[in-house]
Design a protein around this ligand. Structure first.
Ligand SMILES: Cc1ncc(COP(=O)(O)O)c(C=O)c1O
Length: 346
């Protein structure tokens, strides 16, 4: 597909800024990280003929992937249907409408797989109803991790050899895509994934996830467990406290998944002096002004601020209760190898 001027403008937003955070710790700070995989997926689908000119794009999202798709769908002239739930905040909702997306809100969770499963069921109904419609499916589409090769190249160009990569895990696209490319050059790379309690991604029992942007109740094919050396779980209160620290200490006004990754990266960097550490920061803070950055809203968050841990407790299994920041040495194992075959089929 020939690229219009406007598409090139959006491409300028894809690269992260590399921000030194002291010593050998750096942030890869994105305006909106999902613009990169979203554009790559749409372009590849167009090349393959899966996405025809003017066809409707349908996706399940309550966050940044939906926003990236809405920005791009408008440039590429595709109608967009987004299936979402209560986690869609009113700022993002307004922005999506402004960009011309149709939003369908799912109210009731499915019997298993929660709201995420219910959203996928609604999405399947839309795909049936709309002939020729296309589903990017960021959770399972291999073009999602593949798109991040470009970020790995930029990181090496800017900071040189990388010893440790830290980042939040949702679809798995960013961490697994960047880690795979970096490891082809630096096999000793240490990779640290950041998740949250009640997320099944690294073996917690499924439950309500109160931190949006990372974790999940369904296991995405794009989470390649063998890429991870270490997993940390932070509660929402811990992620929010870290997000404030990041803003106050470094002037970086980011979302809570960036804060969570920062907390873990700082901890790891302090214990490994001289190692070059990069932490992914997927989105900016504007969307969270009335939540994460609002003291009144924060007062309603369980555990805020009394049960925020300053260091992780190392656990030997991912399946136990996690009342606060926890850490497991994953050692590049499969999920089955960590939790046993019965529990890995979530
Ligand atoms: C704000 C935010 N942080 C982190 C992530 C996780 O990134 P990934 O899906 O590449 O694992 C997402 C995913 O949607 C996100 O929206």
């Amino acid at each position: 597909m020939p690229k219009s001027e406007q598409m090139r403008k959006l491409e300028d937003f894809e690269n992260p800024r590399i921000v030194p955070l002291g010593g050998t710790l750096f942030a890869a700070s994105f305006f909106l990280m999902k613009l990169l995989p979203a554009r790559f997926m749409l372009e590849r689908a167009t090349e393959r003929g899966d996405l025809k000119p003017g066809a409707t794009i349908c996706e399940s999202s309550s966050g940044t992937f939906g926003l990236a798709l809405a920005m791009l769908a408008l440039q590429y002239r595709h109608p967009l249907v987004l299936v979402s739930d209560w986690a869609l905040d009113r700022h993002l909702h307004r922005r999506l409408i402004e960009l011309g997306a149709k939003i369908a809100i799912v109210e009731e969770p499915a019997a298993s797989g929660g709201l995420q499963r219910a959203r996928l069921q609604r999405l399947a109904a839309y795909l049936d109803e709309l002939p020729g419609s296309y589903w990017p499916c960021q959770y399972d589409n291999p073009d999602n991790p593949l798109s991040y090769g470009k970020v790995a190249a930029l990181l090496i160009d800017r900071v040189g050899p990388v010893d440790c990569l830290v980042g939040p895990v949702g679809s798995g696209g960013s961490m697994c895509g960047i880690a795979r490319t970096l490891r082809s050059l630096f096999p000793e790379l240490h990779t640290v994934g950041v998740d949250t309690p009640n997320s099944v991604l690294f073996g917690q029992p499924s439950g309500r996830i109160n931190l949006s942007g990372l974790g999940g109740n369904i296991l995405p094919a794009n989470v390649d467990h063998t890429q991870f050396d270490e997993i940390h779980w932070l509660t929402p209160a811990e992620a929010y406290a870290a997000t404030h620290d990041l803003h106050r200490t470094h002037g970086l006004f980011m979302g809570p998944t960036s804060g969570a990754a920062y907390r873990v990266a700082r901890w790891w960097a302090d214990r490994n002096p001289g190692k070059t550490v990069i932490t992914l920061m997927p989105d900016e803070g504007h969307r969270y002004v009335e939540t994460v950055y609002d003291p009144q809203w924060l007062a309603s968050v369980p555990g805020w601020p009394s049960s925020v841990r300053n260091a992780p407790v190392t656990v030997s299994t991912p399946a136990g209760p996690m009342p606060g920041w926890s850490r497991l040495e994953w050692n590049r194992r499969t999920l089955e190898a960590v939790v046993g075959p019965g529990d890995a089929s979530i």
